[in-house]
Design a protein around this ligand. Structure first.
Ligand code: ARG
Length: 413
């Protein structure tokens, strides 16, 4: 059988690459997506060829990842359970799409991934592949052959597969770095400093606060400090800048789709800053009712993507709503960064609904306070009436219960 393997260069997928040839005689084509992880691409490709791949593809998907996935996450203020900016989750549908494209181009019969049966990523890959190419088989050797880490290390040694001393499970792309495992598995443990690559601890950050102004057009980040930038450059710059100021560490107990709670630590400076700035800009531009409804849309979108349901039609319907709303979200947000703290310093939008003439407490304001008396009367009419009615009933009941009690007392005596 000819199969396409999503190859990361790590232990799991390297073992799979060898194993599938050895045990089943499969012909293997390997694919690695560059989504902004720090990697030696040539070394990775050589490793794949050394382990017997027929053909290796390295695909630079960074631009598409930012424009089609990260920017949607910004527009949807995507923070799963209020915390996790979906870094890993967002790459999976793009990877599924790429694997399917290559499988078709190469006439392959199946797609192979290295996910375990305990996580979210298997769901994201497989639902993506099923939606796009139902004719392709899906092989998940780690899950199906019940690979354990010890067995993999043994196997790797036997087959000259280089094994690095890896304590943590790390997944990295330009939207964030996800870190799991090792001492983090005990939620009582404080994350050791050595796990962080992008973000400095607050005590090691510079002593001077820095302001950064992020410009948005129709919900999409377009500039930093007035300088227009390509999407990739913009995200890179914010990751560096935020990281320097200790921004973007998220220590999270996360509810996985399969019912397990896991402890994961993330580094995501750009995502953290962009989503915060974007949400604040929306508050200035959208009406109260739009904001309330958008919160529902945002969390629904985020849950769909987290759960691997990128190809669920509801996601596209929500995108249409968001696209319509976001046409107004232009302007700029200035953030103040200082030793792990991020504060909104100032805000501007040509579409702002904030009107100083209405909001001012000084004389000459446009708001007519005389109308408020009548407004309050009618606005709360039903609620006030209901409160009084219900209390009245309660008081009657209390009274009745009290008198029954005294009657019984009388009988006994
Ligand atoms: N918990 C995150 C998710 O489900 C990240 C998963 C990958 N994390 C890792 N450390 N390998 O999207």
């Amino acid at each position: 059988m000819k199969v396409v393997l999503a190859y990361s260069g790590g232990l799991d997928t390297s073992v799979i690459l060898k194993f599938l040839q050895e045990k089943y005689g499969h012909e293997i084509i390997t694919v690695t997506l560059n989504v902004g992880q720090r990697e030696n691409w040539e070394e990775l490709q050589n490793k794949a060829y050394n382990l017997g791949t027929l053909k290796h593809y390295t695909i630079d998907a960074r631009e598409s990842f930012v424009k089609n996935y990260a920017w949607s996450a910004v527009m949807n203020n995507a923070l799963y359970q209020g915390s996790y900016p979906l870094a890993t989750s967002l790459t999976r549908p793009l990877m599924a799409q790429t694997l399917v494209n290559i499988a078709r181009r190469e006439g392959a019969d199946a797609v192979v991934h290295g996910c375990t049966g305990m996580g979210n990523d298997q769901i994201r890959f497989e639902l993506g592949i099923k939606a796009l190419a139902p004719e392709l088989k899906i092989i998940a050797p780690v899950r199906e052959e019940k690979f354990t880490r010890d067995w993999e290390i043994e196997y790797a040694k036997k087959h000259d597969i280089p094994v690095s001393k890896k304590i943590y499970s790390i997944d990295e792309n330009l939207w964030g770095r996800s870190i799991e495992g090792g001492v983090l598995e005990d939620p009582k443990n404080i994350p050791p400093e050595e796990i962080f690559r992008w973000v400095s601890p607050p005590e090691k950050c510079v002593d001077i606060p820095e302001y950064v102004e992020i410009g948005f057009e129709k919900g999409i980040p377009v500039s930093i400090n007035g300088l227009r930038m390509e999407p990739l450059t913009l995200v890179d710059n914010l990751n560096n800048l935020g990281g320097r100021h200790g921004i973007g560490i998220i220590d999270h107990i996360e509810s996985r789709v399969v019912g397990i709670k896991s402890r994961e630590v993330y580094e995501a400076p750009a995502a953290t800053m962009l989503i915060r700035a974007h949400r604040e800009l929306e508050k200035m531009v959208l009406t109260k009712r739009m904001l309330e409804f958008k919160e529902i849309v945002d969390s629904t979108w985020t849950n769909l993507v987290y759960q691997g349901l990128w190809y669920e039609p509801l996601r596209e319907s929500l995108d249409k709503f968001t696209e319509h709303v976001e046409q107004y979200i232009s302007g700029s947000m200035k953030l103040k960064l200082y030793k792990g703290g991020m504060h909104i310093a100032s805000r501007y939008s040509p579409n702002s609904l904030y009107d100083k003439n209405l909001a001012t407490y000084e004389s000459g304001g446009l708001f007519n306070q005389e109308y408020s008396r009548g407004f309050i009367e009618i606005f709360g009419l039903e609620s006030v009436m209901a409160y009084r009615k219900y209390r009245e009933r309660e008081r009657k009941n209390e009274f009745l219960q009290g008198s029954e009690y005294s009657v019984q007392e009388g009988t006994a005596g």
